[in-house]
Design a protein around this ligand. Structure first.
Ligand code: PLP
Length: 578
């Protein structure tokens, strides 16, 4: 097994310097070549495309599954002949590519710049590219992305995120959203910690639960409790009905075609391990490559390393630039004949970057490669539709979407799941057991050995009902305005260096204040009732990209308020720095 960064040849000088148009041309050329080899056009992500089978069982059936997509098929001739430029590419205010210096000068980490920001040591040319998502088809993808995901002021025009920050004051009004009404539904928010009202800004780690989730779980244990499926009595029927109703709720939440495509697991970590050990061990072998990215949570790195070790494959890594965005040009170069799987986060838990997963999936599918999307940090904040994304697998955790811990779900395209072997054996996943031969159930039961977390599914279903009631687009819009407000407010803290300054972000506000230990900051905030995380956030490669081992990470949810951001900022202003 080996894990490598991108060792593809560096981009020509013209492509890594400030001349972004040259850079974009190169990417377009690479992508056009990549797609022409497979006969796919641009915009494939919006168009259900038959994926070349490439000898992978299950993939040859993808087109049938994809017909469930709500997006109407577009005839290939209707595809745009030439890639359209995204509006942001045409804008004269587009930053001119990376940050100074672009002359190869190397800076030791720790060298202070104005406003206390620091230049990282790893001055690698590939990560210095200002990635403005210049790939063909991205214009279409971006047009499908609500405008409010893009942070105004996160990246002042022409300024490096590492240069002196001067955030324009946000003008976005907070959309009409009954945050006080929502807060009343969350009992845990109404407590004092160290004599102060709790300010919960650790939502990327886990979220609090609305009363509806607590009630549903208590009611299950207090009234309906039974094991599922295997009994003819009333309580078994009730609990089975509740369990399968939970599956249907997850199907709707993810926009999947069929509830059979939803497998209950403990969470995102278990979902990714399931795919690695079931799909991976069957379809990935010695010499093959698995692509992940530099900003992944360890849950989307280690299972692939374990698999690579077991089968003799290699894990390859799409690098990020210094704003914390994926460098898609490097992805185009990495993906090749050896690539057998791509696994990528929808939203980074340490940087907040929203990745262009639709684009990433389209590029992989053009080569017949399936893609898993880690939705642990997207599902709490953004509307998700696996059919529109054309994701092959999509994973999330209940506890991050205001549901119970210990429950989550994996979406997988039906044809892929059917072709995959079970990964754990036991009761419930079999049709018939003999010592000579055991016959397994179909998906999803095939992957759900043993008694599942029935109460967890009931609670998860209640959390999804709650999110639908509040409205996920309204949540996304409200949180976006709050993130803008917080980004601006934090920029006033002397010396604060934001970590992860992509314009397309959700929830996360990582930072460091040089000279004050991150843990010290978190402890001082806790004294004021403010809960934030300090650490590597289980994303060490992402944090190390910035020359750091840890950061402080406030992270927002829809029940947070401007007043709570103000409390955070006041506490940071009064930080004891010695
Ligand atoms: N992926 C991402 C992006 C995450 O943020 C997390 C948890 O923080 C995980 C995976 C793992 O989730 P869980 O611990 O619920 O399995």
């Amino acid at each position: 097994m080996s894990t490598t960064g991108n060792n593809a040849p560096a981009l020509p000088a013209a492509a890594v310097g400030p001349d972004e148009s040259a850079h974009s041309d190169l990417v377009r050329q690479l992508l056009t070549e990549a797609l022409s080899r497979t006969g796919s056009g641009t915009g494939a992500s919006r168009t259900p495309q038959p994926v070349p089978p490439k000898g992978v069982p299950g993939l040859s059936h993808l087109s049938a599954v994809e017909n469930h997509s709500p997006v109407p098929p577009v005839h290939p001739s209707a595809q745009p002949a030439a890639p359209k430029l995204a509006e942001s590419e045409k804008s004269p205010s587009t930053p001119s590519g990376g940050h100074s210096p672009d002359n190869g000068e190397s800076y030791a980490f720790g060298e202070p710049r104005c406003n206390g920001s620091y230049r990282p040591q790893n001055n690698r040319p590939d990560t210095k590219v200002a990635n403005r998502n210049p790939l063909p088809g991205l214009a279409e993808a971006e047009s499908a992305t609500p405008e409010y995901y893009f942070l105004r002021g996160a990246q002042p025009a022409g300024k490096s995120p590492l240069a002196c920050q001067s955030y324009p004051k946000t003008t976005t009004p907070i959309p009409k959203f009954d945050v006080e009404g929502v807060r009343r539904d969350f009992p845990a928010l109404h407590q004092t910690v160290n004599g102060r009202p709790l300010v919960w800004l650790d939502n990327a780690a886990t979220t609090h639960k609305p009363q509806a989730v607590l009630d549903a779980t208590a009611q299950f244990y207090g009234r309906d409790n039974s094991n599922i499926h295997r009994a003819a009595h009333t309580l078994a029927a009730r609990s089975t009905e509740l369990f399968e109703a939970g599956r249907e709720k997850v199907r709707k939440f993810l926009g999947a075609a069929d509830a059979k495509e939803i497998i209950f697991v403990r969470g995102t970590t278990e979902a990714i391990n399931l795919v690695a050990q079931s799909y991976g061990r069957k379809n990935i072998s010695a010499g093959d490559e698995i692509i992940v990215t530099e900003l992944e949570h360890h849950a989307n790195i280690v299972p692939w390393q374990l698999l690579a070790e077991q089968v003799g494959a290699t894990v390859r890594v799409i690098p990020i630039n210094d704003r914390g965005e994926l460098i898609l040009e490097e992805y185009v170069k990495l993906i090749g004949d050896r690539t057998k799987f791509v696994s990528v986060a929808h939203v980074s838990n340490s940087l907040g970057t929203v990745n262009p997963v639709e684009q990433i999936i389209a590029l992989a599918h053009a080569r017949g490669v399936p893609v898993l999307v880690d939705g642990a940090q997207s599902t709490p904040h953004l509307p998700v539709n696996v059919a529109a994304l054309n994701a092959d697998f999509y994973a999330f955790s209940g506890h991050k979407i205001f549901g119970p811990t210990g429950i989550g779900a994996l979406y997988g395209k039906a044809a892929l799941l059917e072709a995959m072997p079970p990964w754990q054996g036991g009761g419930h996943m079999i049709k018939d057991v003999r010592f000579e031969k055991t016959v397994f159930q179909h998906a999803p039961e095939k992957f759900e050995a043993g008694t599942p977390d029935i109460a967890g599914v009931v609670g998860l279903g209640a959390a999804i009902d709650y999110l639908f009631k509040v409205g996920i687009p309204a949540i996304a819009a409200y949180e976006h305005a709050l993130l803008e407000y917080a980004t601006h407010a934090l920029s006033a803290i002397p010396g604060l260096r934001p970590i992860g300054t992509a314009p397309n972000k959700a929830s996360v506000l990582s930072f460091v204040i040089p000279g004050v230990a991150n843990e010290t900051i978190a402890r001082q905030l806790d004294k004021q009732g403010i809960a934030v995380r300090a650490g590597h956030h289980c994303a060490q490669p992402a944090i190390r990209h910035f020359g750091l081992e840890t950061s402080v990470r406030p992270s927002l949810a829809f029940y947070n308020t401007r007043e709570e951001i103000d409390a955070l900022v006041r506490a940071l202003h009064s930080l004891k720095r010695s």
